[in-house]
Design a binder for this molecule. Sequence first.
Ligand code: GUN
Ligand code: ZN
Length: 440
Amino acid sequence: MSAIPTASHATRIALRGDLLDFTGEPGWGDVDTAAVRWRPNHWLLIENGRIAGVQAEAPPEGWERHDHGGRLIMPGFIDTHVHMPQLDVIASYGTELLDWLENYTFPAEIRYADPKCSEAGAGLFLGALLANGTTSAVVFPTAHKVSADALFAAAQQRGMRVVTGKVLQDRHSPDGLRDDVTQAEKDCIDLIQRWHGRDRLAYAVTVRFAPTSTPAQLAMAGALCAADPTLYMQTHVAENRDEVRWVRELFPEARSYLDVYARAGLLHRRSVLAHGVWLDDDDRAALRESGAHIAHSPSSNLFLGSGLFDWNAAVQTGAAVSLASDVGGGTSLSMIRTMADAYKVQAMGGKRLTAWKALHSATLGAAQALMLDDEIGSLEPGRIADLAIWDWAVEPVGRRRMDVARSLHEKAFAWMTLADDRNLVETRVAGVVRHRRTGG
Ligand code: GUN
Ligand code: ZN
């Protein structure tokens, strides 16, 4: 287990509320799954920043008690794909992926060469994650080393579990956002030495996407992964049809877009691939065999008109799927809004996503996919106390809906569909309050 920051953890804290987490993976369409663990009106005990236990009765003297009776307490959400600098381009009008990158995103990311911009951006970004109940994330900064440094430092200050790494892109990118293989390799090695495995931070070899890396850069990235199997790898794959066509032209020798990464040694157990909308069955089998997983980003896929991800096809082939906001292609950092979008994407394909499958994918499922389930994703004793406390409803429509909900799944599904950051009461990282709603 990783070490946690030392400041102000020497306390015994007890939180009362409706505890909801998972002990396994819910089956597709199973609204009555045994994988959900529901302990209403229980006390969650936190000692030295870790979950110490759960009990029905109030703890004895010596515990700092916080009574959130009637509120939902869940593990903090894990956003497995999101871009720190793209708060600057969230909600940009009128384009699909490739034009959006060229016209909005690349110009915005160039600014992060400035350490001040990176530092301010990292603080704003992590604060916004916490204000949405997200306590862990796999993040793209920019191609500038300084942006990765700033993000690692800001996460360390907040005690957060963050996986990130300098973005690699050495072609088809504007001046000011292009690196080169030699300098990029040096920067990666330096960042890995200084940040990987420090506190709750981990390094991800971060390939923007196949079109913006030369084969030489992909090979360098693959060599970094081969040299240290504890490193993560993150990239984008098969998001948009024009992008897929372009990759076919650039890499005619590869069987598919995903195969470009496989050939470079970038497909492994710690690989996080955003989107995967346009994969085929062979790709899904390759995902299952490598243990790599898809960070499904429904808000982004809708907003950029990229396509409808077939989640059930991934389940059928045994490929793992986590959930991601993909801001700024996505339009909200809220994992609840992301789940609501995920439901609608599946509905467009005639399939139905349960609240359990969605919530699992943003908590325990993501933690398992990232091999971090001994640290995050559940309320199991020994896990670090990364949690969010939520109101079931905060306004008349939500309250009415909760009043008439009959089953737990009905209630959880209505919450997932109607709630947002207004429902969030408090976010704790390693037991420490890192965000609290103003006004109680
Ligand atoms: N593909 C390459 N870069 C990006 C990005 O920043 N956002 C999304 N959604 N797709 C990408
Ligand atoms: Zn992305």
